[in-house]
Design a protein around this ligand. Structure first.
Ligand code: DSN
Length: 416
């Protein structure tokens, strides 16, 4: 039992048992969900502190509550570290997560009914970039771009033509299932041509950007939004980075525009994560994330999987599994039974429904945090192939589950 479960146990044994079960699950499985990771023990410890007891509406030195002697310093430390790591003029570290961070951008720059242009969700975008079921696609006028059918990649000429025709007030780049490098400079140029605010959502790739493994949008974007718990390996949270000229608008939009008191315990965890991400070891970690994703994609191609765009430039691999005679959901379920955790996902131009799509999405941030490398990626691809060939074979899943447990036992997970 962990220290946390140990502490909870005398008060709430039921919850402690669930916490212990989740610790085992995270320890004994191969976690390939592209948006997940293992926060370090220090990040988890900072997040679970007395800082959760404090209310601090406002910003450092300008609060609506007294008793902020330490909270002000913690938030300022976090802001300074975010600015330094990403080379930003200003950082707001209060958004509760990525969706509120993106909503703050709308509140800072748009009026209801204004046009927002973002990548369509089924093409790899995010709900908050103007997808229909999101508040951003109902209170604003959404225009969506996608990827080319022949390449699976964004066509910047198409984006430019659409932007010129629709004249968005806000242009988003970024998403949740984009396996290739995003040309933020080209997006910025398009935004400039049509007079749009350019927002880069780097939630998935923030750790890669911080390490210089993906080009940074910070010099070219009006505002950059991110979560803090994916490749950046912090606690669940969000951040906005912008030029100093937009500081006032962004800060006002987060508080009092959208949120009340910041989650100070999360701010502390983010501060620790930013400190960790500034160390040389983090650069090597980010490089290995990409090397592992490339190795995983290449091995899957060798096993006959249809990897969207043929490979990856980042942490993420998107696979159309229908060519293997299965579909995303049954395969994800079969893999989960074998201890390989993924999510089913639409692929571009998916003829199937989002709740039963053609693909699965894989990512290497978590397995790389455990120290796994290219050889382990090859093994994982081989297991995936075996399971895809017989997704209903419970005995096969049980055998691989045992092998997965043996492999994971050799790669201790941070924070557990
Ligand atoms: N839910 C996140 C992901 O999995 O990509 C995006 O919000």
């Amino acid at each position: 039992m962990s220290h946390a479960a140990d502490t909870v146990h005398p008060v709430d044994p039921e919850l402690a048992a669930l916490l212990t079960a989740e610790e085992s699950l995270q320890r004994d499985t191969i976690r390939l969900i592209a948006s997940e990771n293992y926060a370090s023990a220090a990040v988890i410890a900072a997040t679970g502190t007395v800082l959760t007891n404090k209310y601090s509406e406002g910003y450092p030195t300008r609060r609506y509550y007294e008793g902020q002697q330490n909270i002000d310093r913690i938030e300022q430390l976090c802001i300074d570290r975010a600015k330094s790591l990403f080379g930003a003029g200003h950082a707001n570290v209060q958004p509760y997560s990525g969706s509120p961070a993106n909503l703050a951008i709308y509140f800072a720059f748009l009026k209801p009914g204004d046009t927002v242009m973002g990548m369509a969700l089924p093409a790899g975008g995010h709900l908050t970039h103007g997808w229909g079921v999101s508040i951003t696609g109902t209170y604003f006028r959404p225009v969506q771009y996608g990827v080319r059918k022949d390449t699976g990649r964004i066509d910047l000429d198409e984006v430019r033509d659409l932007a010129k025709k629709e004249r968005p007030k806000l242009l988003f780049a970024g998403g949740t299932a984009i396996p290739r490098t995003i040309d933020f400079a080209a997006f910025a140029e398009i935004a400039r041509e049509v007079g749009a605010v350019f927002a880069a959502d780097i939630a998935h790739i923030a750790g890669l950007v911080a390490a210089g493994v993906h080009p940074s949008p910070v010099p070219v974007a009006d505002v950059v939004s991110t979560t803090t718990h994916k490749t950046l390996r912090g606690p669940r949270g969000g951040m906005l980075l912008c030029r100093e000229t937009h500081q006032k608008a962004i800060d006002k939009a987060v508080f009092p525009g959208l949120q009340g008191g910041p989650h100070n315990h999360t701010t502390a965890g983010i501060a620790v994560a930013l400190h960790e991400a500034a160390q040389p070891a983090f650069k090597a970690y980010a490089q290995q994330i990409v090397a592992n994703a490339r190795a995983l994609a290449a091995a899957l191609v060798e096993h006959g999987f249809d990897v969207i765009t043929g490979g990856t430039d980042n942490h993420l691999v998107l696979v159309d599994v229908t060519g293997k005679g299965t579909a995303g959901k049954p395969l994800a379920r079969a893999l989960d039974a074998a201890g390989i955790v993924t999510n089913y996902n639409t692929v571009p131009f998916d003829p199937r429904k989002p709740f039963d799509p053609s693909g699965i999405r894989l990512g290497t941030p978590a397995v790389t945090s455990r120290g796994m490398r290219e050889a382990e990626m090859k093994q994982i691809a081989a297991w995936m192939d075996a399971i895809a060939q017989a997704p209903a074979d419970a005995a096969l899943q049980a055998r691989i589950r045992g092998e997965v447990k043996e492999l994971t036992s050799r790669f201790p997970a941070p924070g557990l």
